[in-house]
Design a protein around this ligand. Structure first.
Ligand code: PHE
Length: 337
């Protein structure tokens, strides 16, 4: 009988170790310790055992019963501990999961990418420069005279002896200085001006600069490139118009208008009944800037342009307040997914 009991214990050790869930463990408990379980049956037979063997066999049956009970209990605990790792106490694993909302691309990022894609298609490379600039790159090398009002702290943020760049044009200088033409770049970046915030102004905004320098570059090339750009961006029906303007670093300089995309040039509230909206500044790079970059200004000419990303995004999406771009209101941003 003792051998039989030990055989049952051995069998139980194997089956319990292999049990993979609580239901199987409960079945094993019945199989060994239930009313007609293997151990219970053996104990029932104890009555027929000769008196002198009774204490010994009784002791072993009790040990086997206790060992199997302990094995079962231990296994149950292990399983519950594992289940808790997945779902800690107090969690209802049957509740539906929380849905993840997919993020989207910020409209300014999307517009900047669309602009870059068009110019990349026209053979332009992408350049970058630091946000914190020196006076030299932001102003002096770009032919701003020392007393130019843009240098005033009322317009420009100063950080110790540096300036937060007020435009992306310093990237022109950084790309060109001490290198040989041809150059054909666009340069996107964040820019800073000491402005008070309202629906159309913000002290931080974004520009995309573009510049091309080579032999024989003319104003007509600039017009051609910008025409293609605006038609690719806003549609083939878009017309452009160049108005004389002034920038210290371009000569001649122009302001580019496009036919109003809201009224197709007929005149509306957005274009103030003129049929045109201002889109960017541009011009032929002033020979003084080329000289500052040690480029032979007799041999090479170039054009440059700079546009505000926010302004283009406002028109593209028909938004009337620039502040919406920076408030991170999910209800606004969700509309661009
Ligand atoms: N840097 C000018 C601005 O911020 C834009 C510009 C760039 C004009 C290149 C001409 C050529 O207003």
């Amino acid at each position: 009988m003792i051998d039989q009991l030990n055989a049952i214990l051995k069998d139980a050790e194997g089956t319990i170790a292999q049990a993979s869930d609580l239901k199987i463990l409960e079945e094993l408990r019945v199989k060994y310790l239930g009313k007609s379980g293997a151990v219970t049956e053996m104990m029932k037979g104890l009555g027929q055992v000769p008196a002198d063997q009774k204490p010994q066999i009784g002791k072993v049956s009790n040990e086997v019963k206790n060992k199997i009970t302990a094995l079962l209990d231990q296994k149950v605990q292990e399983m519950e501990a594992k289940a808790e790792q997945v779902a800690p106490a107090g969690w209802d694993p049957t509740l539906p999961g929380r849905r993840l909302t997919a993020g989207g691309i910020h409209p300014l990022t999307a517009v900047q990418k669309d602009i870059a894609d068009i110019f990349r298609g026209l053979g332009f490379d992408i350049a970058e420069g630091p946000d914190l600039e020196t006076d030299y790159y932001n102003f002096l090398a770009l032919n701003f005279p020392p007393d130019h009002p843009a240098r005033d702290a009322q317009d420009t943020f100063y950080v110790k002896d540096r300036v937060l760049r007020t435009h992306t044009s310093p990237i022109q200088v950084r790309q060109m200085e001490n290198k040989k033409p041809p150059f054909k770049f666009i340069a996107p970046g964040r820019v800073y001006r000491n402005e008070s915030i309202d629906a159309t102004h913000h002290h931080i905004f974004h520009q995309v600069e573009g510049f091309l320098v080579d032999e024989g570059v003319q104003f007509s090339h600039l017009k051609g490139i910008l025409n293609v750009f605006f038609q690719k961006f806003f549609g083939n029906e878009i017309k452009t118009r160049f108005r004389p303007s002034f920038f210290p670093f371009t000569e001649p300089s122009a302001e580019v208008d496009i036919s109003c995309i809201f009224c197709a040039g007929k005149g509306c509230r957005i274009c103030k009944q003129s049929g045109w909206v201002e889109m960017m500044g541009c011009g032929m790079i002033d020979p003084a800037v080329l000289k500052n970059c040690k480029i032979d200004d007799e041999r090479y000419t170039g054009f440059a342009f700079g546009m505000g990303v926010e302004r283009i995004a406002l028109f593209k999406y028909g938004i009337d307040d620039i502040r919406l771009f920076y408030q991170n209101d999910i209800r606004f941003l969700e509309q661009f997914q």
